[in-house]
Each structure stands twice: as C-alpha cells, then as structure tokens.
Design a protein around this ligand. Sequence first.
Ligand code: HEM
Length: 168
Amino acid sequence: MDVGGHLAWGVRDTFLDYVTAIEDHRIEVDGARFDSDGGQFVFPLGDAVTGPHESVVRASGGVTFWGHEGALDLTIADPTVVLNDDGATLQVKAAGTELVVARLLGRPPAVQHGSPWHWSGVEVALTAQGADLWGGVYGPWARMAPLDLVVPAWTQPTAGQRAALSPG
Ligand code: HEM
C-alpha cells in the first residue's frame, strides 16, 4: 500500500561511481525510482507504525546492481527502518533474506501517532552484515550515503503488528 511518503537513500557515491563505470553494468529499479537530482533511490512508504517499544517504517521496491557478467548481482529491496531504545537500524531484503545492513546515527525526532515526521540527512553506517553484503570491500561502520525518511502520518499497530513490534 502506498500511503505517501518515502525512504530515500543514495546507497554510496563511490559504489554508484564504481558500478556505472563497469562496462556491462545495469542498475535497475523495481517499484522504486532514481531521483537523479538528489542522487537517491526513492522507495515508496508501505506503512509507518508506532508502538510503545518500537516504531517501524516500511518502504517497498528494490534496486539491482549488476555487472562483471553477473559476478556482481546485488539487489536490495523493501528497505525498513526500525527505531527502538537501542537506536535505529536499516534492514533490507537481500540474498533471499532480511538483513540489518546499517545503523542510522544521530537522534531521531520524536515519533507521535497521527503526526507527520521527517528525518533527513541521516548518517548511515554499515553493520557487519552490511559489510558482507557489499562483498567485504567496506568495513563495518563504513559510512554510506545519508538517508531521508518522510512519513506523512504514523499509525498505531494492529493486534498482529503489536506482537511483532514488542519483542520484550
Ligand atoms: C568478476 C567480479 C568482480 C570484479 C572483476 C571486480 C572488480 C573491481 C575493481 C577493479 C574494483 C576497484 C574499482 C576502482 O577502484 O575504481 C572494485 C571495487 C568494488 N567492488 Fe568489485 N569486482 C567484482 C565483483 C564484485 C562483487 C561480487 C561485489 C559485491 C557487491 C563487488 C563490490 C565492489 C565494491 C563495493 C567496490 C568498491 C567501490 C568503491 O570504490 O566504493 N565487486 N571491484
């Protein structure tokens, strides 16, 4: 469901430069778009749900980076930001699974049910899983492109979501 709002992320400038310089490269978006002005992939928001212990912003769509006759074939999809007392993380679907690829640094603005919320220029640092996903070329804590989140309105979790949002 597209509720308006988006998650926008440029991944990493040097990575985009690298891929676009590969002779047979392809960069393909599916359900997302590339905003060439901002240099960001823009993923439409699925939902933004806030609960007592955790808030989750789910976006949809994916981008594939392909080259070297398919030796490089990296798709990241359905980026999701999870905010809780431990901070904020970015998860993506990649390599057939859900990975926590990065930590979002800095302090997110307070989240309030029913209110719009913007968190822009958020610093993104890879986790060990994220470092693996990019072939081990960047280390954990490597800085990626900043990320922007635009949430028109948060909703409260339904019963099923409530269980998923309250891990403890
Ligand atoms: C046949 C396979 C591959 C070849 C020949 C290859 C070759 C290269 C070369 C020559 C560079 C240095 C580019 C430069 O500094 O200008 C590079 C960088 C890089 N490669 Fe590959 N690569 C291959 C596969 C992969 C795979 C599977 C990944 C996994 C995602 C990957 C991720 C990267 C990354 C992240 C960089 C660093 C880009 C940056 O400067 O930020 N490569 N590769």
